[in-house]
Design a protein around this ligand. Structure first.
Ligand code: CTP
Ligand code: ZN
Length: 152
């Protein structure tokens, strides 16, 4: 890629979340709990041309790596994403996200009557199903609005 085409600067150290479905970059930040007040560098590219996806979003977070539960939730909204670990300007690790069987303790159930919304010490658990994620306790299915129910 020529320098004319580089939209977002390279980073020295941190994580590049690449090949994010166009339109999902802000949801990626929500999943990571990033609002800019943390102090580390964050760059976001939206609707960047991509050979593979046509258009993509890209999120670069400096001086931070991602936990497995963050990657699990990311995979639900950005199934094609690649997670690149950058150290001293070099990509030292590149992983495609994989769809988990389920996610525990990271999403809240939208059903007010669900046991997980009562005052009980119960962790939420959603199974990943074909059309979204399904609450283990009340079977409510979250589809496009997964990002609105992140609880990390
Ligand atoms: N990147 C970065 N800072 C670096 C190195 C890489 O921001 N110091 C970014 C690149 O801009 C790219 C992503 O990390 O968006 C992956 O880098 P690289 O593996 O070099 O790019 P590609 O080979 O194009 O990756 P892929 O094959 O996954 O598309
Ligand atoms: Zn529920």
């Amino acid at each position: 890629m020529s320098e004319h085409e580089l939209r977002v600067s390279k980073i020295r150290d941190g994580t590049v979340i690449d090949h994010v479905e166009a339109g999902q970059a802000l949801n990626v930040l929500a999943i990571l709990g990033i609002d800019g007040s943390e102090g580390f560098g964050v760059s976001v590219g939206m609707n960047v041309p991509s050979d593979r996806l046509g258009r993509k979003d890209i999120v670069k977070v400096e001086d931070r790596e991602l936990s497995q539960s963050e990657v699990d939730v990311l995979s639900l909204i950005a199934p094609e994403a690649t997670i690149n670990i950058v150290r001293d300007f070099e990509v030292v690790e590149k992983n495609r996200v994989t769809r988990p069987d389920g996610v525990t303790g990271v999403l809240s159930c939208p059903n007010r009557n669900c046991i997980t919304n009562a005052d009980e010490p119960i962790e939420t658990r959603f199974d990943v199903v074909a059309d979204g994620v399904r609450c283990d306790y009340c079977s409510t299915i979250l589809r496009a609005d997964i990002a609105d129910h992140i609880d990390v």
